[in-house]
Ligand binder design. Structure first.
Ligand code: F6R
Length: 602
């Protein structure tokens, strides 16, 4: 989604803000812009396209000594264009606003503003914010006037926002505010930063603070002052910035996605570190007695979106099959608009890499309203999801920059194993401890997977088939391929093919059969023969030790591990397959079209 990066301090703030913005490219966007203060006046440069286009646009401009705010826009209201790109100004040309989120009552505000004579130049929901602030600034002065005007204007907004504002009436500050959209402030030797995500600060700031809902922050070169939702000044409570420059950079890999695929042995090891005793028993700290008790004997309902949902499906399977207890699993956007069967004996487990996915955060609130206890399984720390839940199990995959989730998925599935272990799954310790070596073995097979992918890259239709846990993995494998290669891919429980989808199989259709489950191995082998008989091309992923299905034209052998944790091992192979298919097709792997890393709108 959209990205915000602002800087105020020593040196050329225009280029610093744009350099910080470049670190947020992974979030997905379609236009970019920056507003900066020359000391005398406020200027705006913006364009559809990439940050590189913005860099070209500002290349000849002199350095800016005043503050700067930069933005990448992922179009929601109005197509990608120069006029719709942020920052947006007001009628006076003295104000500039960048905004992440969605203003739900923007149409009503727009009408009021137009009737009052405001000239609104874009189709965006954002521009109403600048004009509201413009009105609120009448009669106000200086930095404190801007803080009051931003507070008053944002109080009239419905929906979600993270905003950063420049005003020539307070030429040495940035004012920022948020509700339901993440925003952080950071401090370093050269000055102060405002950003929607941590990578924008790495290498320049050494401490940061996450703004909370309703906060308004005044950011000066050496200080940050924060007022809470009630207007009371509160301490900025700065934490050390721990993300390393290596984590924010590719370190020789062609893409962040490939780097993150290779980081999975570590992601899983870190997620389990200190959580499995020498006796193999899982012991999770900091969840609180009520959550622990519900894990042992309450009802469990998993809720998540996208890849995190696919990881949650493995959680449900662990409950159903390993623990022999019923559990539910629902996508967040359905959960919150339904009437789930939930009460005070239910633990709702919300799984999210970013901890900022709007539907998942809202689902957490809804679950609490229904009386449930809530547990976040989350990769980023200090997020909205953590604040909205009773307890959190942090997956320690490290920062995930590629839009397509890889190491976060593995860490989430490992976390599902940890939760099941805490709930009584006796094999958890052993199953989890075997994973890092098994993942390494899949990575050792990269060249062979790459060769298969290069052969498959011309296919325009893929099916991923599996049974049992492999059916859940098939869903994630299909998602991975479609999001980065733009090839239509579907996942089916293998036995379902003959109930309809088999009609689509013809020469050129690729079918990937996931065959890691001994108990249904013969069954899936027959299902794949049905595909082969219709001239489909059959790639199989087979656990070491199981027979190679007769239908296979290509085989990827993966190490045999506990069937509940094999989704991690299989998915590493499927991530590599998707990556190399996308590479062969020349796709934009780290920033797939139309997608964003952190989906902070509904
Ligand atoms: C796919 C992908 C998305 C996310 C989904 C949830 O590769 O990354 O499907 O999994 O948007 O995001 P989080 O986990 O941040 O809640």
């Amino acid at each position: 989604m959209c990205g915000i990066a602002g800087f105020v301090g020593a040196g050329d703030s225009l280029r610093q803000a744009v350099a910080s913005l470049k670190r947020l490219e992974y979030r997905g966007y379609d236009s970019a812009g920056v507003a900066y203060s020359t000391g005398d006046e406020l200027r705006i440069a913006r364009c559809p396209g990439k940050v590189a286009d913005l860099e070209a646009l500002i290349a000849a401009l002199p350095a800016a000594s005043g503050p700067a705010i930069a933005h990448t826009r992922w179009a929601t209201h109005g197509r990608p264009s120069e006029a719709n790109a942020h920052p947006h100004g007001d009628c006076t040309g003295q104000l500039a606003v960048v905004h992440n989120g969605i203003i739900e009552n923007h149409q009503a505000i727009r009408q009021t503003l137009l009737s009052a004579g405001h000239r609104i130049q874009s189709e965006t929901d954002t521009e109403v914010i600048s004009h509201l602030i413009e009105d609120e600034l009448v009669g106000r002065r200086g930095a404190s006037g801007l803080v009051e005007a931003v507070r008053a204007a944002t109080q009239r907004l419905h929906g979600s926002f993270a905003v950063a504002v420049l005003w020539s009436g307070a030429p040495d500050v940035i004012v920022a505010a948020r509700r339901d959209s993440p925003l952080i402030v950071g401090l370093g030797d050269a000055g102060a930063f405002v950003a929607s995500d941590v990578p924008a600060l790495v290498g320049w700031a050494d401490r940061l603070s996450a703004l909370q809902d309703g906060d308004v922050a005044l950011v000066r070169g050496r200080s940050v002052t924060i007022w809470d939702a009630d207007g009371k000044e509160r301490e900025a409570s700065m934490m050390p910035l721990t993300m390393s420059r290596e984590a924010a950079e590719k370190q020789g890999f062609a893409h962040f996605m490939l780097k993150e695929i290779h980081e999975q042995p570590r992601a899983v090891k870190e997620t389990c570190r200190g959580r499995i005793g020498s006796d193999g028993e899982v012991a999770l700290e900091g969840l609180g007695d009520a959550v622990l008790e519900l894990l042992r004997s309450g009802n469990v309902h998993f809720v998540a979106c996208g890849t995190a949902y696919h990881a949650a499906l493995i959680g449900k399977r662990l409950w159903d099959q390993a623990l022999r207890r019923h559990a539910d699993c629902t996508v967040s956007s359905e959960f919150r608009y339904d009437r789930p069967l939930i009460d005070d004996r239910t633990l709702v487990v919300l799984v999210s890499q970013s901890g900022e996915t709007a539907d998942t955060v809202a689902a957490a609130r809804y679950a609490r309203q229904l009386g449930a206890r809530t547990l976040a399984v989350v990769n980023c720390m200090g997020t909205s999801l953590e604040r909205e839940t009773d307890a959190a199990l942090i997956t320690r995959a490290g920062p995930e920059i590629g839009v397509a989730s890889t190491k976060a998925y593995s860490a989430q599935v490992a976390a599902m194993g940890l939760l099941a272990g805490q709930a009584g799954w006796a094999d958890a310790g052993q199953a989890l401890s075997a994973l890092p070596d098994a993942i390494e073995k899949v990575l050792d097979n990269e060249a062979a997977i790459k060769a298969i992918a290069s052969d498959l890259a011309t296919s325009n239709c893929f099916f991923f088939l599996g049974r049992g846990h492999d059916a859940a993995v098939a869903a994630e494998a299909a998602l991975k391929l479609k999001e980065i290669s733009y090839i239509h891919a579907e996942a089916y429980p293998a036995g379902e093919m003959k109930h309809g989808p088999l009609a689509l199989v013809e020469p050129g259709v690729a079918v990937v059969g996931l065959c890691t489950r001994p108990s249904t191995h013969d069954k899936i082998a027959s299902n794949l023969m049905e595909v082969r008989a219709r001239d489909g091309r059959v790639v199989t992923v087979v656990s070491d030790g199981l027979p190679i299905p007769e239908a296979a034209t290509d085989v990827i052998v993966v190490p045999s591990v506990s069937e509940y944790m094999s989704p991690i091992v299989t998915m590493v192979a499927m991530q590599l397959l998707a990556y190399y298919v996308a590479l062969a097709r020349g796709c934009s792997i780290d920033q797939p079209r139309n997608l964003a890393k952190s989906v902070t709108v509904e």
